[in-house]
Design a protein around this ligand. Structure first.
Ligand code: AMP
Ligand code: ZN
Length: 142
């Protein structure tokens, strides 16, 4: 896709710190290095976000995540954990609209990464939870 920075990286039109490539995916260091080894895994084919994936391509891309994760772990054995993040749409912090998976190695509680999971369990009765689940269930594609 013209004017997509990650398509340009995949096509080698702009430089990147490549860590892995095959016929389906390209993985390279995120320029911000939230933590050392922070890597982005992208499909070579331009896909805007998670909502656009065909099942086959989704399988091919997500199957590569453990491969790259294990490589990061072996490269930096001092790593103590790994967050895998995939942001979709602007509100959810997507800033590059070519789907990508962040692999963010974690080295300790004071490394430069945090995430907040609120707990709003008290806001929903079991009936409301049932209703929410039902709404989603009805929409799952066969
Ligand atoms: P997101 O905010 O989830 O869309 O993530 C986009 C990521 O792409 C950010 O973490 C940026 O640091 C990263 N990024 C943008 N341009 C480049 C680039 N030319 N090379 C490497 N990483 C980039
Ligand atoms: Zn693209």
């Amino acid at each position: 896709m013209t004017d997509c920075i990650f398509c340009k990286i995949v096509d080698q039109e702009i430089p990147s710190y490549k860590v892995y490539e095959d016929d389906k995916v390209y993985a390279f260091l995120d320029i911000t290095q939230v933590t050392k080894g922070h890597t982005l895994l992208v499909p070579k084919e331009h896909v805007t976000d998670i909502f656009e994936y065909e099942p086959t391509l989704a399988g091919e891309v997500f199957a590569r995540v453990p491969k790259v994760a294990r490589a990061i772990e072996k490269a930096f054995p001092e790593m103590q954990g790994l967050n895998i993040i995939n942001n979709n749409k602007e509100l959810a912090y997507q800033s590059v609209f070519h789907s990508h998976i962040h692999l963010i190695p974690r080295y300790g509680k004071s490394d430069d990464f945090s995430i907040h999971f609120g707990n709003n369990q008290a806001m929903y009765s079991s009936e409301e939870m049932q209703e929410i689940a039902k709404k989603i269930k009805r929409q799952v594609e066969k």
